[in-house]
Each structure stands twice: as structure tokens, then as C-alpha cells.
Design a protein around this ligand. Sequence first.
Ligand SMILES: C=C(O[C@@H]1C=C(C(=O)O)C=C[C@H]1O)C(=O)O
Length: 184
Amino acid sequence: MSLGSPVPRWKPLQRARPPRRLRGWLAQRGSFTAALRRHCRGTVRAQVIRHRRTQPGPQERRLLGLRTGEGVLLRETLLRCGTQAPWVYAQTLIPLKHLHSGLRSLLRRGERPIGDLLFRPGHQLRRGVITVARLEHCILPHTTARPELWARRSVLRQNGHRLLITEVLLPDLPQPRQPAWKGR
Ligand SMILES: C=C(O[C@@H]1C=C(C(=O)O)C=C[C@H]1O)C(=O)O
């Protein structure tokens, strides 16, 4: 999936005007996987659609505090509830220099979303500022439709390591039950 061109214009959530029905999802500060699970009667699964080393763009490099030439692991997944149509497209960038064995094994966990492991109690994970963007020319897999799509992006920090997570809310994502607009 492509986030489209031109590059999305990311704004802090408080300064953007996403549709009301999406605000609760966009403001979620805890595990997104856990939030999805609260709406899913089956199992939340992460289908890995890409897993490869790459060079980050200038914005991503800055957010991850990387120098030119420092590579990242790109993981792209579709998060879905059971066998339903995907609810979220997620893109995770992990600096290769932070790819310690713990993280490596975490990424080999089949269809289990990484949020479950990142947000384990006692892991002292901190989410930075959440920025959001309306994707103007996003191309969804398997369809030519161009719905209005919103995405959010944030940096997760743990013991000096950083991950950049982008989540695109897909049209089949249900309405959140509890508005989390103010976040935690
Ligand atoms: C970071 C989280 O993990 C989610 C799961 C992902 C995956 O398995 O690829 C990617 C991003 C998130 O939507 C979370 O739950 O907040």
C-alpha cells in the first residue's frame, strides 16, 4: 500500500479536523491492538505484507533521530478482526541499530500484532506526540475506490530505542465505543 504522493501533511491531532467518528481511534494513546480487540469478537491478526530493510525518508529520519545512511526495518501489516476485511494498515519503522534480538524475535511472532508485546506491563513504553493527516491519494490494495482516509503517526520510545508507527484507518474500521478524544 502506498501512502500516496504528495507526502501527507502531518499535524498535531489538536490542530487537525478529522471526522468526529474517527477521533477516538486517532487519539488512542495506549496499544492500538488492545483498542481494536475491544471491538473484535474474534482474534485480532496482523497480516505481514512487507518486511524489509530500507532507507527512511528525511522526515522519518528526523523523527527517529537517525543520521543519513542509517537504515531501518520496514514492517507493513494489515490488522483485521478474524477473517473480516482489514481495519487498519500499519507501518512500523525500526532503526536497524535498535534491532536487538528481543525485537527480532518479536517480529517473528506469526500473526500476533507487535502491540501486544510492546505494551506489556513493566515495559515503560512512551508514545510521543500523535500527528494525523488526511491521505489525499492513498491507494488501497484490491480496490480502485478512493475513500477519505485518515492516518496517525507517533514515535514509541523504550529505553532509548525508538519506533515510528503509522496507522491508516481503513473504511471497515468500526466506530469506537468510548470516545478517547482527550487521550490519556
Ligand atoms: C504499536 C502497536 O502495534 C500495532 C501492531 C502492528 C503490527 O503488528 O505490525 C503495527 C502497528 C500497530 O497498529 C499497537 O498496538 O499500538
